[in-house]
Write a protein that binds this ligand. Structure first.
Ligand code: C2E
Ligand code: CA
Ligand code: CA
Length: 856
């Protein structure tokens, strides 16, 4: 693009040189070209400048004002071209179209004037805008007096030329206005070089035109021969400067100039004129003197204005520095404080004057010193750079204030000669940030690390740079926590979790990371610890958790399962967590709490369990479950008075499976609910066929069954459908099922209202024994077989039967295997018992046969 403009400019410069040379030769009295040649040359030069201008007007990358300016200017030049064309016609044909041509030419010139006038001045504040208009007024006034003085002399010499003189004055003033505006006002759209070139063009055009008018027609020597190519060349240069540079960067406008010599030159010139007038003939002296005084007044006014402006500016900066919440510091080469703004008192509680000559690093937090030193070195070594740091400084009251400091090197600036620091108090921002990042990595309930942070720390350990770095990951799951949540409510569950967290924290080293991964899942990361050292800590935690926690007036003991996986640097973090998880499930599946170390092969066992889950579903659908029945006898005679229904799975490949093989899985995946429903209906159906001597049929019920769906209605329906009297059905629940004083109690009362009996199974194995008895409506308690006397001491067996007697409940001793045990429990006072001694669990048909032969 610029390529074309450059070529056009070279041609234009050549044509202009030829024109000027011809004019010079002609003016010196030599040969001058015939009129048509003159006008052709002028037309060529003018045409080239129109072309360059128009191309700039349509070029990309201009802002809207620049584009408007160049469009209007191109239009003005094009109109002028029309005027020049008419002159060419006049020269060739002899028809006199000169006046029309001049009018058209004038219209073009006015369009150009319009373009300049409309160009917005560079933005500046109110006072300096006034200064701009004053400068313009001063320049215009000075020019006016010059023009007037010349014209007045002319008018005296030749009154007939008055009209010409007035026109010349008008043209002159317009030119001065254009030049002054372009130079003084500046523009954000046009670079200064462009403005100056355009001003040149105005000057050449204006002065040339005036000269032409003054000289009149000198038989063929046309002044426009010099003026049009000269002004056109200047405009074309301006137009090309406006275009983006070859690199693509747009020519940018400089900042507006606040100060120009132009008005002072004008005043000096008028003063010179005054001296000249006074020294020569004294004519016009009064008028010139008045103008000189007027101008001086304008200049004084302008100066006062500028001075005030300056003062206001200084005051504004002083107020900003004084009232700014930021601290501004200036320190010298040796870091000694030269200046501190008053905000120091507000932010750091220290008076600026007390700190002059001291070093700020005395209040700096030790941990932040390296950062601050690095920033200082950076600004010292590269004077053009700035450096930013955030550091803590001690407030006079001893607290730490976070400051964000921006340093700049102004050592080379004589008015400052120091390192300038701008410090902003960001304490609150930092605190919020710290809190947010804490929240993002910690559990809100317990304050422990969360899964994110735990994962990060495990990953860090796997990346430890020393090859023999060892660590241990332990995943912990609370046993039957869901039950606590379901029965006591979430608030109680939360309280329990908090207590668990506290006890875990109290049992580990400060360097160990305890985390809550979610729900009732916890985890601990032990760095540089493994083997029995870890299991000792886990035993300590288990002991701590066993101590009952008081929640909602209930004493709850917590049992947990722990999965342990040891890692070394280089392990895969995900793998490690999975291994700990597998081990944890293994521990959980044993159903008695405690820890399990990961061993290869566990994964397959786990996969097997997953398979079990799905086969259980089809087993229920495929009628693979059966009930066995174990007699409950009265003592001392040993006559069966009831049975307990016990679930078995007739597995197609593995044979008959007991509940411990599948019950935990069914509890976990919820299948226990439909399975238990089946057990209830099957037991009722079977019991209805037995003689009334079998007074009771006991069915085991799990907590989930009791809480999910409408259990009471199901029981009522089962009794009704099979015609079994409610009084013959006993539902066995465990203590942990009974702990909820509200929900469970209500359900149990409804069941009892039906006439069904409730038994508390496995009595004595859980911590809440006594409180459960106090709140739960039961009819029978079944002493867990682990308390069977002989060879064990009989204290608990004795206490339970006494307790039952005192509360009017029936006591059943479970797990009687020997004659000796039978005698012992009879001695202790038990009137009901169950055990292999009296009969193992057997299919219904066998039991029916057994009943037929058993002693009555
Ligand atoms: P449980 O309710 O305490 O049932 C008594 C368990 O003790 C039975 O084990 C029984 O076979 C066993 N047992 C009876 N007498 C003796 C004895 O003299 N010596 C020994 N060592 N054991 C004896 P089983 O059938 O394996 O059942 C285990 C547990 O599974 C039951 O304990 C009960 O909690 C649960 N269970 C069984 N059937 C069901 C059911 O249909 N629903 C639910 N929710 N749980 C059931
Ligand atoms: Ca039972
Ligand atoms: Ca039992």
């Amino acid at each position: 693009m610029r390529e074309f403009e450059s070529r056009a400019l070279r041609v234009l410069a050549g044509v202009t040189a030829v024109c000027v040379a011809l004019f010079a030769v002609g003016a010196a009295g030599g040969w001058f070209p015939p009129a048509p040649v003159t006008w052709v040359l002028i037309m060529v030069a003018h045409g080239l400048s129109v072309l360059v201008c128009a191309r700039t007007a349509v070029a990309g990358g201009l802002d809207p004002y620049a584009r408007r300016f160049w469009r209007t200017a191109s239009l003005g030049l094009a109109v002028m071209a029309g005027g020049l064309g008419l002159r060419l016609v006049t020269a060739v044909t002899g028809a006199d179209l000169t006046s029309t041509a001049q009018i058209i030419h004038g219209a073009g010139a006015l369009t150009m004037l319009w373009a300049v006038a409309r160009l917005p001045v560079a933005t500046r504040g109110g006072r300096s805008r006034i200064a701009l208009w004053l400068d313009l007024a001063i320049t215009m006034t000075a020019s006016a007096i010059f023009l007037w003085h010349t014209a007045a002399l002319e008018a005296v010499r030749d009154p007939a030329a008055l009209a010409t003189t007035v026109v010349m004055m008008g043209v002159g003033l317009i030119v001065v206005f254009l030049v002054a505006k372009l130079i003084l006002a500046g523009s954000e759209s046009l670079p200064r070089g462009v403005l100056h070139m355009f001003a040149c063009a105005c000057l050449v055009g204006g002065v040339g035109t005036a000269a032409g008018i003054a000289l009149g027609d000198h038989s063929g020597l046309e002044p426009l021969l010099m003026v049009i190519p000269g002004a056109g060349l200047a405009i074309a240069i301006a137009a090309r400067r406006q275009l983006p540079a070859p690199g693509g960067a747009t020519a940018t406008a400089g900042p507006p100039r606040q100060f120009s010599l132009l008005p002072y030159v004008a005043v000096a010139a008028v003063d010179g004129l005054l001296l000249h007038v006074v020294a020569t003939d004294g004519r016009n002296a009064l008028v010139v003197a008045i103008f000189a005084v007027l101008l001086t007044a304008l200049v004084v006014y302008r100066q006062v204005n500028a001075f005030r402006d300056n003062e206001a500016l200084k005051e504004r900066f002083r107020l900003i520095a004084q009232n700014s919440s930021d601290i501004v510091t200036i320190t010298d080469r040796d870091h000694n404080v030269k200046y501190l703004s008053p905000a120091t008192l507000r932010v750091l509680g220290r008076h600026p004057d007390d700190l002059l000559g001291t070093q700020l690093r005395t209040f700096l937090h030790r941990d932040d010193l390296p950062l601050v030193q690095a920033a200082a070195v950076a600004v010292f070594t590269d004077p053009t750079s700035t450096a930013t740091y955030q550091a803590r400084f001690r407030h006079a009251d001893g607290t730490w204030i976070w400051l964000e400091v921006v340093l700049s090197n102004l050592l080379d600036q004589p008015s400052v000669a120091g390192i300038v620091g701008n410090a902003r108090d960001i304490t609150q921002v930092r605190e919020t940030q710290d809190r947010l990042s804490h929240d993002a990595t910690h559990d809100a309930l317990t304050g422990l690390a969360n899964r994110v942070l735990f994962g990060q720390r495990v990953a860090e350990n796997t990346r430890a740079p020393f090859p023999d770095h060892r660590f241990t990951v332990v995943l912990i799951d609370l046993d039957e926590f869901k039950l606590v949540n379901d029965t006591l409510g979430h608030a109680a569950g939360d309280a329990l979790l908090v207590a668990v967290a506290e006890r875990m924290l109290a049992s580990v080293r400060p360097s160990d990371l305890v985390a809550r991964l979610g729900g009732d899942e916890f985890a601990i990361l032990f760095e540089n610890l493994g083997g029995t050292d870890v299991t000792r800590v886990l035993d300590r935690i288990a002991d701590q958790l066993r101590l009952p926690v008081e929640v909602d007036d209930q004493l709850l003991a917590v049992r947990a399962s722990y999965g342990v996986a040891e890692g070394v640097s280089g392990d895969d973090a995900g793998d490690l967590l999975r291994r700990a998880d597998v081990a944890m499930y293994e521990a959980k599946a044993r159903g008695e709490g405690g820890h399990q170390r990961y061993e290869p092969g566990m994964d397959t066992q786990r996969a097997e369990r997953a398979r079990l889950n799905s086969t259980l579903q089809s087993a229920l659908a495929g009628d693979e479950f059966v009930l066995h029945y174990q007699p409950v006898v009265s003592l001392p005679d040993g006559v069966p008075v009831g049975v307990e229904a016990l679930l078995r799975w007739q597995h197609p490949q593995r044979g008959l499976l007991g509940p411990h093989e599948f019950l935990a899985a069914a509890e976990q995946n919820g299948l226990i609910v439909p399975l238990g429903r089946w057990v209830l209906r099957e037991a009722c159906r079977q019991a209805a066929s037995w003689p009334a001597s079998i007074a009771s049929i006991a069915v085991n019920v799990s907590a989930r069954q009791l809480h999910e769906g409408d259990f009471v209605a199901e029981v009522a329906a089962a009794l009704h459908d099979h015609g079994l009297a409610a009084s013959r059905l006993t539902l066995e629940i465990t203590e942990s099922t009974a702990v909820d004083p509200g929900r469970t109690r209500h359900g149990l009362e409804q069941l009892r209202a039906l006439g069904v009996r409730i038994a508390l199974d496995d009595f004595g194995t859980e911590a809440s024994t006594l409180s459960v008895l106090a709140t739960c409506p039961v009819d029978q308690i079944k002493l867990d077989r682990s308390f069977m006397p002989v060879p064990r001491p009989d204290a608990i067996a004795r206490a339970v039967v006494q307790l039952a007697d005192a509360m009017g409940l029936e006591a059943v001793a479970e797990g009687v295997e020997t004659e000796e045990q039978r005698r012992r429990i009879i001695d202790l006072g038990y009137r009901r018992a169950q055990g292999y001694l009296f009969g193992r669990p057997v299919p219904a048909a066998e039991l029916t046969a057994m009943l037929a032969v058993s002693p009555r």
